[in-house]
Design a protein around this ligand. Structure first.
Ligand code: FAD
Length: 492
């Protein structure tokens, strides 16, 4: 059963009520993580697993799928997700655009570039609703008209993109402003149903025959060319929902990690506890998104600590004049230092089990914009403080309207209405320029993998990130050699 796109997940609050968090601002010395460690003293583990992935967003699920698919028949992978449903945080609050890596050179762009293909193939085989016929117009007012003479649809980059003059762009999108002097037409892009991807990954992790029974044969995270890695076989995958990680310790004697889990935690008053148990794991992957930095407190040295600046992105929906001819995603030129991609126009994909359509008349959105909402000291005091910022900011209606009118002058900004907002888990301060993803696995913390800063294009890059991290675990923890035979399959 495929999941369908559910706007309900994007309303101003999360579907399950979070635990009551202290509202007063704490002095930096008494961080939330330190208070948690006091409240949950060390408990020796009573069970053991091979891999424990923290976070059931698209990143954690992709890593878990990669581990289940490739780390071997006898290995058990646990995913622990604090919400009662998977993918309810950043994974449910984004633009769902499959990016092509055209916005810069970075781990994110490289993964996105490689993964655009994998995601499209994987979604085709696994029947995740997505739209592949879409194109993106990326408008660049810095292009001079002479540059436009380059147009002639030359394409010698790895990104499938073509320079267009302003007039060529307006031939495709007549609603565009006369001020637009040039554009980049990106032909391999699309919109993916993020909840459908989450549902598919859930089945890939837990159901042994899900991939092999999907059309197109066996093709999962980490398994290229339609074949399982030779000699490994599938392991076991278990997803535990409604359970949060409250503490991680290095194992006293041994090479593993001891993770404390609390279920029944939602809605508790401060000082109350749910059911707590302790699990030993050889490998812990921290893919807790906006909660990832706080979980590392006490485990990494001060000079290695990552700081988080959560940044809100508002989306406004639009019904009105000036967009009746739009048939593509339209991005303005990214900001000068590429710290965000610009307030773009997004069309919404409607899915059911058999088809997708774009409803251009009723479902045009503009966003996300950039609204800083806090600093690392806010995260330190309460890593969930961002939950108070989930309603789209009405005060940003005007600036989003102005940004949109620069490339679509016919729109009427008074017809914009607040829709939803997402929070970027940024690990560099606003204005600092492009911030890449961070995947860290240090020899002195063997078996503890940190995945942080997965802002855009994290959704596009998820399956590649899962493949990369599961390969890293096989190599660095389990001592497996790279599967050269597997690599060779693509060249046959
Ligand atoms: C406004 C916006 C627009 C974006 N647009 C795009 C786009 O168009 N294309 C694209 O490719 N990417 C886009 N992205 C990026 C993409 O949404 C993210 O990179 C991706 O969803 C991150 O997934 P995640 O699994 O890391 O985080 P999440 O989805 O937040 O998952 C983390 C999970 O960890 C859980 N968790 C946290 N703490 C704990 C704990 N202690 N114990 C157990 N579980 C815990 C949370 O409940 C959550 O489910 C956008 C992001 C934003 C904010």
């Amino acid at each position: 059963m495929l999941g369908t796109f559910s706007p309900a997940a994007r309303l101003g609050s999360l579907s399950s009520s979070p635990t009551r968090l202290p509202t007063r601002r704490l002095a930096a010395s008494i961080s939330y993580a330190a208070r948690l460690r006091e409240r949950y003293p060390f408990i020796p583990p009573n069970t053991s697993v091979d891999h424990l992935v923290i976070g059931g967003g698209v990143i954690g699920l992709s890593v878990a799928a990669g581990l289940v698919n490739t780390a071997g028949r006898d290995r058990v992978t646990f995913v622990v997700e604090r919400r009662r449903q998977l993918g309810q945080e950043t994974t449910a609050r984004n633009s769902e655009v499959i990016h092509s890596g055209e916005h810069g050179l970075s781990t994110g762009a490289t993964l996105a570039d490689e993964l655009r293909d994998i995601l499209i193939v994987a979604t085709a085989n696994s029947q995740v609703p997505y739209l592949d016929a879409l194109q993106t117009l990326s408008l660049d007012p810095r292009l001079r008209s002479s540059d436009a003479e380059l147009s002639a649809s030359q394409n010698d980059s790895v990104v499938p993109a073509y320079f267009l003059s302003g007039n060529e762009a307006r031939d495709l999108e007549p609603d565009l402003s006369r001020e637009v002097k040039g554009a980049l037409l990106v032909t391999e892009t699309g919109i993916v149903d993020s909840q459908g991807l989450v549902d598919s990954l859930e089945r890939e992790i837990e159901e042994g025959d899900y991939l092999s029974s999907s059309n197109g044969g066996y093709f999962g995270v980490g398994v290229r060319g339609g074949r399982s890695r030779k000699g490994t076989g599938r392991g076991e995958g278990v997803i535990v929902k409604g359970t949060r990680v409250v503490r991680i310790d290095r194992e006293n004697k041994g090479n593993g990690w001891v993770v404390q889990l609390e279920s029944g935690w939602e809605g508790l008053e401060e000082g109350q506890k749910g059911d707590v148990e302790s699990v030993r794991a050889d490998v812990v992957v921290n893919a807790a998104g906006l909660g990832a930095v706080s979980l590392m407190e006490g485990l990494v040295r001060d000079n290695e600590r990552v700081q988080m600046w959560p940044v809100k992105g508002n989306y406004m929906s639009y019904k009105g004049p000036g967009v009746s001819n739009i048939s593509r995603l339209i991005y303005p030129c990214p900001s000068q230092n590429i710290d965000h991609l610009g307030t773009h126009l997004r069309v919404q994909i409607h899915t059911d089990e058999h088809f997708q359509t774009i409803d251009l008349d009723g479902n045009i959105k503009f966003g996300p914009d950039v609204e800083p909402i806090g600093s690392p000291s806010d995260v330190l005091a309460n890593p969930d403080f961002w939950q108070a910022h989930l309603a789209p900011s009405e005060a940003h209606l005007r600036s989003i309207g102005e940004a949109a009118r620069r490339y679509l002058p016919g729109i009427d900004p008074s017809r914009l209405t607040p829709d939803y907002a997402g929070i970027r888990p940024n690990i560099s301060p606003p204005g600092a320029g492009f911030s890449d993803f961070m995947v860290r696995h240090k020899p002195e913390r063997r078996g503890l993998v940190e995945m942080m800063g997965f802002n855009s294009p994290g959704l596009t890059s998820a399956l590649a990130a899962g493949e990369m991290v599961s390969g890293m675990v096989r190599r660095d923890v389990w001592g497996e050699k790279d599967d050269l035979e597997g690599l060779a399959i693509g060249w046959e």
